[in-house]
Design a protein around this ligand. Sequence first.
Ligand code: ATP
Length: 250
Amino acid sequence: MIEPLLETRDLCKNFGALQATDHVNISLVPGEIHALIGPNGAGKSTLVKLIMGSEQPSSGSVHFAGADITDLRRPERARAGLGRTFQISSLAMEHTVLQNAVLGALGRSGRVMRFLWPVMSDKALVAQAEQALERVGLADHRGALTGELSHGQRRLLEVAVALTLEPKAFLMDEPMAGLGAEGSARMTEFLDRLRQEAPILLIEHDMDAVFQLADRISVLVYGRVIATGTAAEIRANAAVREAYLGEEDA
Ligand SMILES: Nc1ncnc2c1ncn2[C@@H]1O[C@H](COP(=O)(O)OP(=O)(O)OP(=O)(O)O)[C@@H](O)[C@H]1O
């Protein structure tokens, strides 16, 4: 069996009487896209927060690259190689595309935030940022203001910012949200290639993208994983159809 890069063990999170995460055991192995789906409020975002370190679990643990990272803070987890793209944009709209990517690269260098101007004259950081923009197809927009980009281009820029950190694994929270058919297709194609470099735990409501991309799919309902399997296995699973896909059909 391939050793997982990322793993949660009996992870639980309670908010008062509500059990948002209920003994979740989920893993991410090298080379895969593992999609996490489930109805609204099933606990997907909470699980991502527990893995990234922005929420602490009530019990259970998170393991990454052979180490127990449960007690590590969010920036330490990011430096250890856990990359994330957010549901809500974290980009500075008044900065250029290149400046945003350089700020991402600066985060990895571990140096304290300096004024933008000296940072932009740091050749190594700029080269790293330019390479990330090239990879997502935004090199031609390097001088554009981020606020002028289309929604789809901003999503790609977020991925470029995450790439500058050279993560060992990605957590992506709805990268397709708000993308049109063309943007979705471009992102799907990009993630398809990216998995070879760093596996991706993907939260996504776009079922076409999920079923097209995912090597494995886990279905979360009321904080619990009710099934994990290939797209075909998940499609055929009666409990999943009842709890989730049946709801979509309705
Ligand atoms: N900080 C919090 N305090 C109290 N309850 C919370 C908190 N965060 C989440 N919850 C609750 O935990 C449950 C799971 O929420 P979560 O946002 O993780 O679900 P989700 O699957 O990501 O939903 P969506 O698809 O709508 O984003 C929900 O009932 C939510 O109201």
